[in-house]
Design a protein around this ligand. Structure first.
Ligand SMILES: O=P(O)(O)OC[C@@H](O)[C@@H](O)c1c[nH]c2ccccc12
Length: 293
């Protein structure tokens, strides 16, 4: 199937007045490319392994991510991010499981593993990380089909990312229901007030405020500070992208977020172990938990 046809299919999938990124004019060429490829990948994966067969491999999870976030006064979700479409290769020194080991030993609350090829990720990375850590694992990808949610659980993930900007209201509801039905948490990502309001109509418990605009790639921590007053109290709020220092973490914590999701700030640090401790607020009083060892 050519790109054009695939894109048409994406367009057809969305209903209602909300326009997901894939459908807005002049919007992120990169995101469009990623989404078109994603539909192809899912189609191929389904052919290789139809859903009924995949379902046989699924043991329900136990909402390990929400449990860890609730138990921690401050949470660092540390991301295994080898590359990004905007900046290319970010980390050459360590493999994904090596990063996971460092993060685990130095105070991360949970791990995020990118499984999209544009970030040099693969689904198998989750299995590799599962083998070296007991921390909750978030599958970070562009989820556009329930199949990917089952796939995540089959390889041992505890949670998936759902990006409000690329999903219709119906899809958000459906994906949350499917994930919650198999004990998997969802971190639902928003970037503006319209998306936040849509997500707050759903039972989503974990809300990620992405400081990065997925269309322009610009990053501004103000996104979190300005959306925070609009978040209702029942949700657990995570600030995602562009967090670099312990000072950033302290400012976000003081504003009321529960934790941060960090990739680049960790993988590009000169000393990744020390940066993990810094962002986990491991050295500050009443900061996050610290796992020695
Ligand atoms: O590397 P950063 O700036 O710390 O960002 C991490 C994470 O938030 C980012 O990787 C991300 C946020 N939402 C996404 C959606 C898809 C892929 C990647 C992402």
């Amino acid at each position: 199937m050519g790109l054009k046809q695939t894109e048409q299919r994406i367009v057809k999938k969305f209903t209602g007045s909300f326009k997901p990124y894939g459908r807005r004019k002049g919007v992120g060429a990169m995101l469009k490319t990623i989404l078109a490829k994603k539909y192809q990948e899912v189609k191929t994966a389904k052919q290789r392994r139809p859903l009924p067969s995949l379902l046989q491999d699924i043991k329900p999870g136990n909402f390990a991510l929400r449990t860890a976030l609730k138990q921690s006064a401050w949470s660092l979700i540390a991301e295994c991010k080898l590359a990004s479409p905007a900046k290319g290769r970010l980390c050459t020194q360590y493999s994904v499981p090596e990063l996971a080991k460092i993060y685990t030993a130095h105070g991360a609350t949970a791990l995020s593993v990118l499984t999209d090829s544009h970030f040099c990720g693969a689904l198998a990375d989750i299995e590799a990380v599962r083998a070296v850590t007991e921390l909750p694992i978030l599958r970070k990808d562009f989820i556009v089909d329930v199949y990917q949610i089952y796939e995540a659980r089959a390889v041992g993930a505890d949670a998936v990312l759902l990006i409000a900007g690329i999903l219709s209201d119906g899809e958000l509801e459906e994906f949350l229901t499917v994930a919650h039905g198999i004990g998997l948490d969802c971190l639902v990502e928003v970037h503006n007030e319209v998306e936040l309001n849509r997500v707050q109509q759903t039972p989503a418990l974990l809300v990620g405020i992405n400081n990065r605009n997925l269309k322009t790639f610009t990053v501004d921590l103000m996104t979190t500070f300005s959306l925070l007053p609009h978040c209702d109290k029942r949700r657990i709020i995570i600030s995602e992208s562009g967090v670099k220092t312990g000072e950033d973490a302290l400012r976000l914590k003081a504003a009321g977020v529960q934790g941060i999701l960090v990739g680049e700030g960790l993988v590009k640090a000169e000393n990744i172990a020390a940066k993990t401790r810094e962002l986990a607020l491991a050295n500050t009083q009443n900061g996050g938990r610290y796992h020695a060892g």
